[in-house]
Design a protein around this ligand. Structure first.
Ligand SMILES: Nc1ncnc2c1ncn2[C@@H]1O[C@H](COP(=O)(O)OP(=O)(O)O)[C@@H](O)[C@H]1O
Ligand SMILES: [Mg+2]
Length: 297
């Protein structure tokens, strides 16, 4: 995909600290995973280009298997074999770099550390002295609404609280760009909506450039400045939609007509891709069922 002017146009809804300044630039990125036993590889990303402004909240949505995590792993430096270019500020990124913080759906807190000790972890790595570490970790725990739970171990926290502890730990590292790969994917819809309110509050306070992956359209519209819809295999940016709903957008807004209209618009884009994804997985299921039922004698 060629660079699209609308991708870098400021949204009316969110005055940004330095409009036009690009925090992240993805330029013609493609990624093919090799196939097993000399079989055909998987083209996971196909010529993906977009820009993210300083302080912007960009949401990436697409059906399962469309390359969302692959894209984030490239940006986060966890995948180094790809073609094209990823820039953070004016630095070309390929491999580990300190300016990115990632939060995953998988359980990512350390079970042997309390919530506070989890959040202190990146500060320890940076050599921050103990009293300062304590003050900073408490600040980030308060920011995610976990004050009072600082001495609890992850096993003593609910799913939503664990997700927030993981977020606080990533925020404590003060990354220039925050990448969240379905951080609330395992949570129920109600908890997810309420956490959305919190994410918006944090994003507003820290003014951090944030990219979030979801397959939940409501979450997409509630949180973001723009939604990038990805196509199912090969992963391309199918369309970028400006979410020009006023902020603050609380979870109460989901019943608004305008909210519903935007959700409908994204769904019509996503539906086709989701159906292609479903057809592909059914084919795969059919093939493996057929293989299993093949008589071996
Ligand atoms: N390490 C890997 N090796 C081979 N194929 C992979 C690997 N990681 C992802 N893929 C394939 O690349 C495609 C995109 O995967 P992924 O980025 O995880 O999708 P999403 O996060 O959108 O669900 C899928 O077809 C997946 O099977
Ligand atoms: Mg994924």
């Amino acid at each position: 995909m060629k660079m699209n002017a609308s991708l870098i146009a400021p949204t009316a809804s969110t005055p940004l600290p330095s409009v036009g300044a690009s925090a992240l630039s993805i330029h013609h990125v493609s990624k093919t995973f090799p196939g097993g036993k000399g079989g055909p590889g998987t083209l996971a990303l196909d010529d993906v280009s977009f820009d993210v402004r300083q302080g912007e909240f960009l949401l990436v949505i697409g059906p399962s298997g469309c390359g969302k995590s692959t894209l984030f792993n490239i940006i986060g430096g966890m995948l180094t074999e790809f073609s094209g270019e990823a820039r953070v500020g004016d630095r070309i990124v390929r491999g580990n770099h300190p300016n990115i913080g990632m939060v995953f759906q998988e359980e990512s807190t350390f079970p042997w550390r309390t919530a506070r000790e989890n959040v202190e972890f990146p500060l320890e790595l940076r050599g921050v002295a103990a009293p300062e570490r304590r003050a900073q970790s408490m600040h980030f725990l308060e920011l995610v609404g976990l004050e009072g739970f600082e001495n609890f171990y992850p096993a003593q926290l609910s799913g939503g609280m664990k997700a927030r502890a993981a977020l606080a730990r990533t925020l404590a590292a003060q990354p220039a760009i925050l990448l969240m790969d379905e951080p609330f994917g395992a949570l129920d819809e109600q908890t997810r909506l309420l956490l959305g309110d919190q994410v918006i509050r944090i994003w507003k306070e820290l003014q951090q450039t944030t990219l979030l992956i979801t397959h939940n359209i409501t979450e997409a519209v509630q949180l973001s400045d723009r939604v990038a819809v990805m196509s199912f295999r090969p992963g391309r940016i199918k369309r970028v939609i400006d979410i020009d709903l006023p902020r603050p957008r609380t979870s109460e807004m989901v019943s608004d007509d305008r909210f519903g209209h935007i959700v409908g618009m994204i769904w019509s884009d996503l539906r086709e891709e989701a159906m292609r994804g479903l057809a592909a997985s059914e084919q795969l299921g059919g093939a493996s069922r057929a293989a299993k039922s093949t008589p071996t004698h």
